[in-house]
Design a protein around this ligand. Structure first.
Ligand code: ATP
Ligand code: MN
Length: 468
């Protein structure tokens, strides 16, 4: 086969249309379908660079039957040919094949993606192959674009990317149940005289876990570099079977010195609008596909979010609204209860009909590090609530006062000896500061319109599921 530099399909069918008719090209990719008649075959080829397939036209009088038989749905081929304007409807160009090499066949009897229209549940069982579907191609490209946009947003604003540890020796954050990290023999661990597991012999000489959040270390960075953010995996050993929780998910946690709660809300709103706008500007072909196949209001909803101010109000006002709503909730509400996603979605979808930022939550339902208000009952927390998702961001202004912070730590029975390094930052050069955490997969759920969080991460980890 004549050796030509490979062209990606996006270079032909993407918005830039860098290549013009008459050019000889080499394309490599996976066959989605092959159809035709005795004299001509039409191959729909996809290489993952764009949602669209390109049509390869094969004149069967020039190609031997043996090769053509190997080209079935799922097989991988390399094609040389001339790019021509397509007479058919639907796309601008097709390729008239002159040479084809088959890299890998895919037996029609056993290839699982033989037909279109598999359920998402079925595709979860073949997570090793589902990136080859239109749906997962679209989701994964959007996921990439959103990661890139996260870094761009912060880099453009002078934030530094801080790598916080994945293995942590502190279990005080309290954001969720943790996964133990150990090299001890599970069958026969060393024991202390009183019969407890003796972790002094473990790898780190103490109990360690996978992190549930990079925030506490993020604060250490902010109190030196002013503005930092983390973007890494976090782990929560919660057995929740909701479509919004994973055991392993990615979180973005900016932390800013000299920001109060209002600055924090402004940043969160600007950040979310930036990300959604970035998707609208850069992922339209994929969004149009998802809009058509899964969620007819997707693009409209994305535009709405970028175009309207988020509603800001106090937790207390939200409780009043919920109690006066006359709605029957599965979990009843009154002042002091933690809001469930049904309450959050009522506020966003029914009452205000736009994203909501709730502030000043009861201190009892929020973490120890949140700045205490003078009323002694609420803290300067903020949750951003989104349509279809509920909570997408959780954040707060942090308690910077040494005495107030240690009092709260003691009140909650958190061992001060585990937190000395965190408390030290309030002892030496403390500063007002704030931050928040955006669950990356919740963002991707919103932007793609997918309904289940297992379908917006390549390899979901949930209870009883870590196959590959
Ligand atoms: P929720 O109440 O929805 O369980 P949370 O209050 O435990 O969330 P935070 O500790 O505030 O969540 O974490 C910050 C963000 O991380 C959340 O706003 C959400 O977007 C995301 N998040 C939290 N838990 C999960 C999870 N198990 N899977 C995916 N994303 C999550
Ligand atoms: Mn939260």
């Amino acid at each position: 086969m004549e050796s030509l530099k490979r062209t990606r399909i996006v270079e032909i069918l993407g918005e830039k249309m860098a290549i013009t008719a008459g050019t000889k090209v080499n394309l490599k990719g996976w066959v989605r379908t092959k159809r035709g008649n005795k004299s001509v075959a039409f191959i729909a080829l996809n290489d993952g660079s764009i949602i669209h397939n390109i049509q390869i036209v094969v004149d069967l009088s020039v190609f031997d039957e043996q090769t053509m038989k190997l080209i079935t749905t799922g097989s991988c081929i390399s094609v040389n040919g001339v790019l021509v304007e397509s007479p058919g409807q639907g796309q601008a160009f097709e390729v008239q094949a002159s040479e084809i090499e088959v890299y890998g066949t895919a037996d029609a009897e056993t290839y699982p993606l033989q037909k279109k229209g598999h359920t998402l549940e079925f595709l979860r069982e073949i997570a090793h192959l589902r990136p080859r579907t239109n749906t997962f191609g679209a989701v994964l490209r959007i996921r990439h674009a959103m990661s890139f946009a996260v870094h761009k947003f912060f880099n453009d604003r002078g934030f530094y990317y801080l790598h916080t540890p994945i293995i942590t020796g502190s279990d005080a954050e309290g954001a969720g149940a943790m996964f133990r990290v150990t090299t001890l023999d599970a069958k026969n661990p060393p024991l202390t005289p009183s019969g407890e597991v003796d972790f002094t012999n473990d790898f780190f000489g103490k109990p360690t876990n996978l992190t549930v959040s990079g925030q506490l270390e993020g604060e250490l960075g902010a109190l030196a570099l002013s503005n930092v953010y983390t973007f890494g995996p976090t782990f929560r050993a919660e057995k929740s079977y909701t479509p919004r929780h994973l055991a392993e998910f990615w979180m973005i946690e900016p932390e800013m010195a000299f920001y109060d709660i209002n600055d924090n809300m402004d940043l969160a709103e600007e950040f979310l609008k930036y990300l959604v706008n970035y998707a609208l500007d850069n992922c339209m072909a994929d969004l149009e596909f998802l809009n058509k196949m899964y969620d007819n209001e997707l693009i409209e909803r994305l535009r709405f979010v970028t175009g309207n101010a988020f509603q800001r109000l106090d937790y207390t006002e939200a409780i009043d609204i919920l109690m006066a709503s006359g709605q029957k909730f599965e979990y009843p509400v009154d002042w002091g209860t933690d809001l469930q996603s049904e309450h959050e979605r009522y506020m966003v979808e029914k009452h205000f009909k736009k994203p909501v930022i709730l502030t000043n939550y009861p201190k009892e339902i929020k973490a120890f590090y949140m700045k205490q208000n003078d009323d002694n009952r609420t803290v300067r927390a903020m949750d951003v609530l989104f349509p279809r998702i509920g909570e997408i961001i959780g954040g707060s202004q942090r308690e910077e006062n040494l005495e107030k912070l240690t009092n709260r730590i003691n009140e909650l029975g958190i061992p001060e000896k585990d937190m000395w390094w965190y408390i030290d930052t309030r002892r030496f050069g403390t500063a007002p500061h704030s931050g928040f955490g955006l669950g990356f997969e919740r963002l991707i759920l919103f932007v793609t319109g997918m309904a289940n969080i297992r379908d917006v991460i390549p390899f979901p980890r949930t209870t009883q599921n870590a196959d590959f």
